[in-house]
Design a protein around this ligand. Structure first.
Ligand code: NA7
Length: 565
């Protein structure tokens, strides 16, 4: 099949995206005997880990947990080398998975999908790629990722810049050597905080343009010892079972201090924070049980981190500018770093506090700030570490049309509406893996991805066994779920931050808290219960059509009709 061919590729299921979600989805649907294909925009598999190649890119969940659990053999064979795996190592893992499970023959790379519309009469999704190639399938699964639509903010004069510009989420494959260069990094989220210490080691001058300070805790990354790895391998089953039942999808997670931070004396609290800080990683947020629900407790953790920043950063003015103070700890994704704050002690690194003087324009040779402290910073390269149109961006950039030609862009004008983050009313047989309304980005993604992929494939298997050809949530079930997601979010401090969780980083995006904060274990139980009760809240169709004489086209009969035609 060549691009621009007018004859559509006929499938049972089409999966958009070849990251962690898409690869496993393909594996599961093949096991059902379905003809499935993954279409992927990139020139390789890996999704997030294919694109985010910036210096220092790593996962901030422990590598032994940020991995698939579906294959015991894979789990036993693979060796992670560090506590937090680097991007190249995770990409190698995903490439290995694609080879080991022989997935590549059903993955079509370099195929960005631009539209997906539901043909009601035929009960099929029709997807079209940028090159005009078409795919039709009974089921369409969007495995498009939560952080895959990178964005560069519009800044006056941007196009006049004579140097090189990069975005962390779309980094050149050949890498970038900043040796001897004057570099400006805009953005101090996780990508900025991971890359800044490494760029600082290479660059002649580094200017860090910070609009909002973020909380960051030390990673304490280290090589994994053989002894630790052997222990994990021998207890993997237990670790995964705990992860599935946990709140954040991590089996090793333990609260350092049970109960409220306010129940302890200041000395006891600090002792626990010190231990969490020494242990490293985002689980600092688990120092106490109430940090994301009780503002006063949260302030004790904030004050501890403020003290740490003041201790590490020698210049008091720079230290003050780095103190996060506009949101409770954890309500924007907590960053995990290696030497981030200490980097500001280097003579070649300058923090530019954009709250004092915002960027006014980009000139041919630098970045200019306005206001009383405004000046022009001469740079050879600009690194935009400015984030993503998170959670909905990758879905909405595809023109998705359901029944009666309704556009998902219109349906979600006021914010995403889903049932369980898995499906949307009006869009039959369209599934989203880790969609808005599911735990997704608030959890260890691999745990949540596996749960969704397994739920979707079990649902499709149930439909095929029962002769159903269509599933769609009811508007009532969706409305109730959206309300529940919202209610639970408002029981926490999360909505208090202007974060990408609420879409605050994208001008004009509706401000709605998108992920489900109710926890991975509780969410899984809910999804399982719904399936066991015969998919409550969903309407399944099929029997009726068959009894009216329209034959059911299952995978086998579709394959037979294709090969004969
Ligand atoms: P983030 O966390 O969204 O961070 C983006 C950063 O870019 C953040 O500091 C923003 O400041 C800054 N930004 C965005 N637009 C501008 C403009 N116009 N001027 C100055 N600064 C700007 O993205 P990341 O890629 O770092 O991380 C995303 C997730 O990936 C992360 O949470 C991990 O889960 C992995 P702001 O805070 O909006 O003031």
């Amino acid at each position: 099949m060549t691009a621009r061919s007018t004859r559509p590729v006929e499938l049972d299921a089409v999966i958009v995206g070849a990251g962690f979600s898409g690869l496993y989805m393909l594996h599961r649907l093949r096991a059902l005997g379905m003809r499935a294909r993954v279409v992927e925009a990139g020139a390789g598999v890996g999704g997030t880990w294919y694109w985010n190649r910036y210096p220092g890119a790593r996962c901030d969940s422990d590598s032994v947990e940020y991995s698939y659990s579906f294959s015991k053999e894979l789990e036993q064979e693979w060796r992670w080398t560090e506590r937090f795996a680097t991007q190249p190592e995770i990409l190698r893992y995903l490439e290995h998975v694609a080879d080991r499970f022989d997935l590549r023959s059903d993955i079509q790379l370099a195929t960005p999908i631009v539209s997906a519309s539901f043909d009601d009469e035929e009960n099929r999704w029709v997807l079209e790629s940028e090159l005009g190639e078409r795919f039709t399938a009974t089921f369409c699964i969007m495995a498009t990722g939560c952080l895959s639509t990178w964005r560069i903010p519009e800044i006056a004069g941007q196009s006049t810049f004579q140097g090189a510009s990069y975005h962390t989420g779309s980094w050149p494959h050949e890498g970038v050597d900043f040796t001897g260069k004057r570099v400006g990094v805009i953005g101090t989220g996780s990508s900025g905080i991971q890359s800044i210490p490494i760029i600082a080691e290479q660059a002649k001058e580094l200017y860090v343009f910070q609009r909002t300070p973020n909380f960051s805790v030390p990673a304490r990354n280290a090589p994994l010892t053989e002894e630790y790895q052997a222990h994990v391998r021998s207890t993997y089953g237990e670790l995964r079972a705990k992860a599935r039942a946990s709140s954040g999808g991590l089996g090793a997670f333990e609260l350092m201090g049970a109960g409220s931070a306010l129940e302890r004396t200041a000395a006891e609290r600090d002792e626990i924070y010190e231990r969490a800080w020494a242990k490293g990683g985002a689980l600092f947020l688990g120092s106490f049980g109430d940090l994301v629900v009780n503002e006063e407790s949260n302030k004790t953790a904030r004050d501890f981190i403020h003290r740490k920043i003041r201790q590490i950063v020698r210049d008091p003015k720079t230290a003050e500018a780095l103190l996060p103070d506009d949101h409770p700890l954890g309500t924007k994704r907590i960053c995990v770093d290696t030497d981030y704050y200490a980097t500001f002690n280097r003579p070649n690194v300058t923090l530019v506090d954009l709250r004092r003087s915002p960027i006014s324009e980009i000139t041919p040779s630098g970045i200019k700030t306005g206001g009383a402290d405004g000046e022009e910073y001469p740079v050879d390269c600009i690194v935009y570490a400015t984030g993503f149109d998170a959670m909905t961006g990758a879905l909405l950039r595809i023109d998705i049309r359901g029944r009666e030609d309704r556009a998902l862009r219109d349906e979600w004008e006021g914010g995403p509406r889903t049932y369980l983050g898995l499906m949307c009313a009006g869009f039959p047989n369209l599934f989203t893996v880790t969609g808005p309304g599911s735990p997704s980005v608030l959890s260890n993604m691999t745990t949540s991805i596996e749960q969704h992929v397994e739920w979707i494939s079990d649902c499709i298997a149930h439909m095929r066994a029962g002769g159903f050809d269509r599933i769609e949530p009811t508007v009532e079930a969706q409305d109730d779920w959206v309300e529940h997601v919202n209610d639970v979010a408002h029981m926490t401090l999360y909505p208090k931050a202007k974060s990408w969780y609420v879409g605050a980083n994208v001008p004009g995006k509706p401000q709605v808290f998108m992920p489900y904060v109710g926890g991975v274990g509780a969410y899984r139980a809910k999804c399982t219960e719904i399936a066991e009760r015969g998919y409550t809240g969903f309407v399944l169709r099929g029997e009726e059509r068959r009894s009216k004489g329209r034959p059911r086209r299952d995978a086998r009969s579709e394959r037979a009709s294709r090969s004969s035609g």
